[in-house]
Design a protein around this ligand. Structure first.
Ligand code: SF4
Ligand code: SF4
Length: 422
């Protein structure tokens, strides 16, 4: 009863211990992309935590400035990874976004009342109508395909080139699978060829690969980002039901994989915890297999570490290990700073997202200087689209590996298995 009263009194319902853990040392500041591009305290992790405390503990209003500061956060968790005090910034921001989602738009919103309502309606259509209903998303993708053919979609939007052949051809599943490939919502609609490449690589290890059953299209990661926790929970339950038995669940989207590895905490059930333990990022799974053979090349690939792979899943090194089996790999020297994609962040915060991306593009180009833009490997579809919109040639590690699978048409140069390099 007392606990419930506290929740009612406290607008954000955050864990107080987590909220007061920040000692304001500022060591996270260089790892925060929004602080790096603005130089503003309010756009830093320390400033955001101070604003959360003011609202939660000191009665400050949840006003327009507060909403702006929170919504400008990419939720990359670079700050959490860098914090020596172990501040759980992700939990704090998740709770705050949940409270903002429940709260009405401030009456003096810079968007204005009408625009605020239009944005709420747009979000409702995206999160409630389109993403959870894969048929609707695929139908809209055909519209996007037509718009691309009519040259109505500027390249800076980063939409991958959609093809009729890919959209018309479903992925094929094996009977009695050893593992599942999670196909997702947006990725299945817009980047199905990445799944085809992933299936080729997974099968080259000798695995039989299944696909999610009905209802298992959307993992809820974008909903979580937006503070729509109830909807995220409903989608998580559907995803768990769609891949029964005990085969590994391989995920070739870093953002989806991070969300699915967290289902145990999100749903707080034994079933969800058992499911999360079955989830692996694509490269993380491949690197543990003994049977993959690849042809090597001296082609340079610059690796972009998606934040959800590096700071949340801590599986970023697996990408380096699998790609180094076939390519000359380069890292950027920016300590994994975010690219600015962040779920739907680049849609809602386009100016900031572009400024953050500019820094990332410069770091990628510096890693492989030359007159041509380097090939970039990214394990997250959102990052790939965002960086593609910045003029880079971005490919998924699965595509790069599938290109180098040993077969009769390739020169018979050195072949290595993952275990030889891991
Ligand atoms: S979040 Fe961590 S690193 Fe950042 S100011 Fe607070 S204690 Fe320091
Ligand atoms: S999650 Fe990323 S953008 Fe948000 S405060 Fe932390 S470092 Fe900055």
């Amino acid at each position: 009863m007392v606990e419930r009263q506290r929740e009612v009194e406290r607008p954000l319902a955050l864990d107080e211990d987590e909220l007061v853990a920040c000692v304001a040392c500022g060591l996270c500041l260089p790892h925060c992309p929004t602080y790096r591009v603005t130089g503003l305290e309010v756009a830093s992790p320390r400033g955001r935590i101070a604003a959360m405390r003011a609202v939660e503990l000191d009665g400050a209003p949840m006003d327009e400035a507060f909403r702006d500061a929170m919504e400008a956060c990419v939720q990359c968790l670079g700050c959490e990874a860098a914090c020596p005090s172990g501040v759980a910034f992700g939990h704090l921001m998740e709770g705050t976004r949940q409270a903002l989602h429940r709260a009405p738009m401030p009456p003096k919103s810079r968007l204005g009342a009408a625009t605020g309502r239009a944005r709420r309606s747009g979000e409702w259509v995206a999160y409630v109508v389109v993403l959870p209903r894969h048929g609707v998303l695929l139908a809209l993708t055909w519209v996007a395909w037509l718009a691309q053919r009519l040259r109505l979609v500027p390249r800076r939007f980063g939409l991958p080139r959609l093809t009729r052949a890919s959209l018309r051809t479903p992925l094929d599943a094996d009977a009695d699978p050893d593992a599942f490939l999670f196909t997702g919502c947006v990725m299945d609609a817009w980047q199905r060829d990445v799944h085809r490449a992933a299936l080729r690589v997974l099968r080259a290890t000798g695995a039989r690969v299944g696909l999610p059953g009905p209802g298992g299209a959307c993992c809820g990661a974008l909903h979580l980002h937006a503070g729509r926790i109830k909807e995220a929970r409903r989608l998580a339950r559907r995803v768990i039901r769609s891949m029964p038995a005990d085969g590994d669940v391989v995920v070739d989207s870093a953002g989806c994989g991070a969300a699915m590895k967290d289902y145990g905490r999100l749903l707080d059930t034994d079933e969800a915890r058992a499911f999360s333990a079955r989830v692996f990022d694509f490269s993380e799974w491949v690197v543990a297999q003994p049977a993959l053979e690849l042809h090597t090349t001296d082609q340079v690939v610059v690796i972009q570490d998606p934040c959800h792979l590096r700071h949340v899943q801590h599986a970023d090194r697996a990408v380096h290990t699998v790609l180094a089996m076939a390519y000359e790999c380069r890292d950027t020297d920016d300590d994994g700073l975010c690219c600015g994609a962040g779920g739907a962040y680049s849609l809602w915060q386009p100016a900031l997202a572009r400024r953050i991306r500019d820094r990332k593009v410069a770091a990628i180009r510096a890693a492989a200087p030359g007159k041509n833009a380097p090939v970039v490997a990214s394990a997250n579809p959102g990052c790939a689209m965002h960086l593609g919109g910045g003029g880079l040639d971005v490919r998924h590690p699965a595509e790069l590996l599938a290109d180098r699978l040993s077969n009769d048409t390739m020169p018979s140069d050195t072949m290595k298995g993952p275990r030889d390099r891991a």
